[in-house]
Design a protein around this ligand. Structure first.
Ligand code: 0RA
Length: 633
């Protein structure tokens, strides 16, 4: 080994690199998909910081065939002057030394939360190769690295117009379990950042496929556009209410709009970080809205003193909102460090939102009336639901087991071994009863179309006999009192006809589970049965086809004449034995397990399906019917 004297700075670099490469999880969470994408976010956050400081307008992210990624901005360019203390160019310090990002005293807000802001040197340390190019003073400079170590010192590569920073890196495959970037994951976050930083243009380009793919996100409306986008498939009851102000060095942006739906949809951010666990900004916003609605309702005589107050839950029903705060030193708390802890933010947000709401309600009496009506309806529904629950509890206590008469229960009492089939119609119910295994399989026939749960109010949902019967049979209760540990069957199998009505009923049931018993979906207790579409006979040979493709496989192309093909339009066209053999018997049947992977997407899908708008509903039923054909045996 050649004798080499290390400077203090170099020793620090080596120590830092070693720490990062030894325990990457400490810096980027993990080395799986999530950690991999964190590298891109880190580079993008730096560029967004430069935009927040007012210097960059465009950010461009490119994915390359060799697994590398580049992030480019048109900001001032990372400084290249030699750093006095470290005796190397500032850009080299930023790229190689841990936590060197903030040393230059950038103005404005830094995007440094619990999840991001670990420093671009971490990206460098975890990249096989990295190249940084800076455009400043009419020149383009370049410095290159390998696994975080400087390979080529900073040098001029040519002339340049304008300023900016270009970061190219290739994640180290010896560090990451996967090095495959996902378009969907990246576009979701980049779109979000574009919403949160009004006017900033963020482009994502994918050069990996045969055809390059490129999208640019730029929203001059900022979070107002965000709320517009979230409510795209819903029916708002008034124009968006928004505020964008700064107080005590905290910037507060809120955009909100009630729709005729029954769930709250809220996205909150602190310094561009999604605060999933909420925190002070969210508390301030919720209290401000609740108080403004109550005081307006009282002042206009819509709510009497003796009525008491509308609760926060009542006021949040059907409200879509984005709350984004930016502040100097955010305190991130909670299990996933996504809860904003700065107490002063609560009163600041409270004050600004309350003021804005008061003003809006005063200035827009028609909209104000619609909003108050909406909250009061929510309150009435909650009261009615509570009464209905109390009543049904008392009734159950009087009626022994309380199990509905229509339920054909199984003998086994162990929920883990039991299944319940929710069957469309009494006649199919009878067939299923004949075909079941009476030890472990229960049958509950559901009549007609159970009601549309998205449009229906909570009290009406409970008033629906089919729904009540089902809740009782499942044993869990619902809504606030839902208790998954009381579930009587660990497989809930929805068995409907393979036609449009069948898929409608199926989605209605799923909507109900999603709204009122989401845990059942999260825990994977809900399934869809798949009856065959065709019965095919040739002499003594009898087969079933579950899709058109399967039918083609069995009968071949064109020579279908030797085969007798029966198309099943409903469960009722099969006898008990056939139904058992094709759809119910463990081993032969096909079940699709239903889970809610992404509650937000699900929210959109269910709204599309159940809302007033007919076109998205048709599209969804069509897509859904197709997706259900990807079955697990
Ligand atoms: C510190 C000071 C200055 C610019 C930056 C940092 C900077 C960092 C990054 C990271 C990605 N893109 C960036 N763009 C700028 C400005 C120093 C000056 O010119 O006065």
């Amino acid at each position: 080994m050649p004798d080499k004297k290390y400077t203090g700075a170099e020793i620090e670099v080596l120590k830092g690199l070693e720490a990062v490469r030894k325990r990457p999880g400490m810096y980027i969470g993990n080395t799986a998909e999530r950690g991999l994408h964190q590298l891109v976010y880190e580079a993008v956050d730096n560029a967004v910081d430069e935009a927040l400081a007012g210097y960059a307008q465009n950010v461009r992210v490119v994915l390359y065939k060799d697994g590398s990624c580049s992030v480019e901005d048109d900001g001032r360019g990372i400084p290249i002057d030699v750093h006095a203390g470290e005796r190397m160019p500032a850009v080299e310090v930023v790229m190689t030394m841990l936590h060197a990002g903030g040393k230059f005293g950038k103005g404005g807000y830094k995007v440094s939360g619990g999840l991001h802001g670990v420093g671009i040197s971490v990206v460098n340390a975890l990249s096989e190769e990295m190249i940084t190019r800076v455009k400043r003073d009419g020149k383009e400079y370049e410095i290159t690295f390998a696994r975080g170590l400087t390979r080529e010192k900073l040098h001029v590569v040519g002339k340049a117009e304008g300023t900016g920073t270009y970061q190219w890196f290739k994640p180290d495959p010896t560090v990451f379990e996967t090095t495959n970037f996902h378009w969907d994951i990246l576009q979701k976050r980049l779109r979000e950042l574009a919403f949160l930083n009004r006017g900033l243009s963020i482009t994502l380009r994918d050069d990996r496929g045969e055809e390059p793919k490129e999208r640019t996100y730029k929203y001059d409306g900022g979070i107002i556009s965000f709320v517009e986008w979230l409510n795209d498939k819903k029916d708002p009851i008034h124009p968006i209410i928004s505020t964008n102000q700064e107080r005590d060095s905290v910037s507060v942006e809120v955009a909100m709009q009630w729709t005729d739906t029954y769930t709250e949809l809220i996205y909150s951010y602190a310094n561009n970080i999604n605060t999933i666990e909420g925190g002070m900004h969210l508390l301030g916003y919720r209290t401000a809205v609740t108080n403004a609605v109550n005081s307006y309702a009282k002042k206009r005589g819509m709510l009497k003193e003796s009525d008491g107050n509308l609760s926060t839950d009542d006021c949040m029903e059907g409200l879509t909102a984005v709350v984004s705060v930016k502040l100097q030193d955010p305190q991130f708390e909670g299990q996933t460090k996504t809860k904003l802890g700065n107490a002063k933010v609560r009163s600041i947000v409270y004050g600004l939102v309350n003021e804005r709401m008061d003003f809006f309600l005063e200035e827009n009496p028609k909209n104000a009336r619609a909003i108050v009506e909406k909250c009061m309806q929510a309150s009435r529904a909650r009261e009615a639901a509570k009464k209905a629950r109390d009543l049904s509890r008392r009734k159950n206590a009087l009626e022994g087991s309380g199990l509905p008469g229509k339920l054909v229960d199984c003998k086994n009492q162990n929920p883990a071994e039991c299944e319940i089939f929710l069957v469309e119609g009494d006649s199919a119910g009878g067939t299923a009863k004949g075909g079941r295994d009476p030890n472990t399989q229960a049958i509950l026939p559901l009549r007609g179309k159970i009601l549309n749960v998205e449009k229906a109010r909570l009290d009406k949902v409970l008033g629906n006999e089919e729904i009540r019967t089902m809740i009782t049979a499942l044993g869990t209760g619902f809504g606030d009192e839902f208790d998954a540990t009381r579930l009587r069957y660990h497989k809930i199998v929805i068995m409907t006809d393979a036609d449009v009505d069948g898929s409608h009923i199926r989605t209605l049931l799923l909507t109900f589970f999603y709204r009122q018993m989401r845990e059942l979906l999260d825990k994977g207790f809900v399934y869809i049965a798949q009856p065959p579409l065709y019965g095919v006979r040739k002499g003594k040979k009898h087969e079933y086809a579950y899709s058109d493709a399967e039918l083609k496989k069995i009968v071949g192309d064109g020579d279908g004449k030797d085969w007798q093909i029966q198309q099943y339009k409903g469960l009722g066209e099969m006898d008990a034995e056939q139904l058992a053999e094709t759809t119910m018997e463990v081993g032969n049947r096909r079940l699709k397990q239903i889970t809610v992977e992404d509650a937000i997407e699900a929210e959109r899908i269910f709204t599309d399906l159940m809302g007033d708008k007919v076109e998205p509903r048709k599209q969804y039923i069509f897509d859904f019917a197709r997706s259900v054909k990807n079955l697990d045996l």
